[in-house]
Design a protein around this ligand. Structure first.
Ligand code: SIN
Length: 287
């Protein structure tokens, strides 16, 4: 438990993240509560809440305490609020959204610093999300790999998942996910360069930032040469010692720091519906 005046913080769930209680997120929060939540978030990288009751607009208002809201290009927002996207897997769908290790929208020139995910409806069992601590994982690399990797820039792109040959462009995925982006402005094939190891702008800590879903290659390397590095870093990052498994209930909310956390939505609840609402908060250019 941490030394907070206005919130209760329990970090016993796993290697990353902490459960916060004593706050009703549907109400306006005082500056002191927001500051304590922010400090707890920087310390633990993810805040988990249970038993909340949030309309899309209340969720967006909560998220706006921590920065300007971002808009996700690859899905339609809910009708009530342009910043809230529905992530729904119907009972008869096979594929899910976010079912691979990634950090949200790392292919954007300015990727979102945070994601705020709220559980509207959850299956009776399964549908948990795994979260990996990319800061601890970086710290545990051998010194030689750390020294090399901090010098590498990566080419990041939505094309691996949202581009013409990407996972979310398959007929089955489009049918299952329902609301996939149909834009043809070239964005889905665009590329940006970010460090493979990024430095957190608020804490100064370094974290693994490349991943199999969004990083095409190390700048100046072929994809064939880059892939074994990405695979190795992903396998390293996703070892049990860095991973917390979060079990959602209806009304749970998680707010994670995309600058130092990877996540993976498990797809193990066939025959049941799962319905989440997601909001993202703008970040800075990774350095
Ligand atoms: C996501 O990858 O943003 C969704 C995670 C989840 O649905 O658990």
């Amino acid at each position: 438990m941490g030394a907070y005046q206005h919130i209760t913080v329990d970090d016993s769930l796993g290697p990353v993240g902490a459960e916060v209680s004593g706050v009703d997120l549907s109400q306006p929060l005082s500056a002191q509560v927001v500051e304590e939540l922010h400090q707890a978030w920087l310390a633990h990288h993810i805040l988990f809440f249970h038993d909340q009751d949030l309309s899309p607009t209340a969720q967006a208002q909560f998220a706006a305490n921590f920065g300007e809201l971002d808009q996700y290009k690859f899905m339609q927002a809910v009708e009530e609020n342009p910043y809230v996207i529905p992530i729904i897997k119907e009972a008869d769908a096979k594929l899910n959204f976010g079912g691979g290790w990634h950090t949200d929208s790392s292919y954007q020139a300015i990727p979102p610093k945070a994601t705020v995910l709220y559980a509207v409806e959850v299956p009776p069992e399964g549908g948990d999300t795994l979260f990996a601590n990319a800061t601890s994982a970086f710290a545990a690399l051998s010194d030689g790999l750390k020294d090399s990797a901090v010098a590498w820039q990566g080419v990041f792109s939505p094309k691996l998942v949202h581009g013409s040959g990407g996972f979310y462009k398959s007929e089955e995925a489009e049918e299952n996910l329902g609301n996939a982006y149909g834009g043809d402005d070239g964005y889905a094939e665009s590329e940006v360069r970010h460090p493979i190891i990024r430095t957190h702008p608020e804490t100064g800590a370094k974290s693994i930032y490349c991943g199999m879903a969004h990083t095409v290659n190390i700048d100046g390397w072929s994809r064939e040469d880059s892939l074994p590095i990405f695979r190795h870093l992903t396998e390293h990052l996703t070892q049990d010692q860095f991973v917390t498994r979060f079990q959602w209930r209806q009304g749970s909310l998680a707010m994670w720091d995309n600058r130092c956390v990877f996540h993976y939505a498990l797809n193990d609840y066939h025959g049941h519906r799962r319905h989440m609402h997601r909001v993202t908060i703008k970040g800075d250019k990774p350095i």
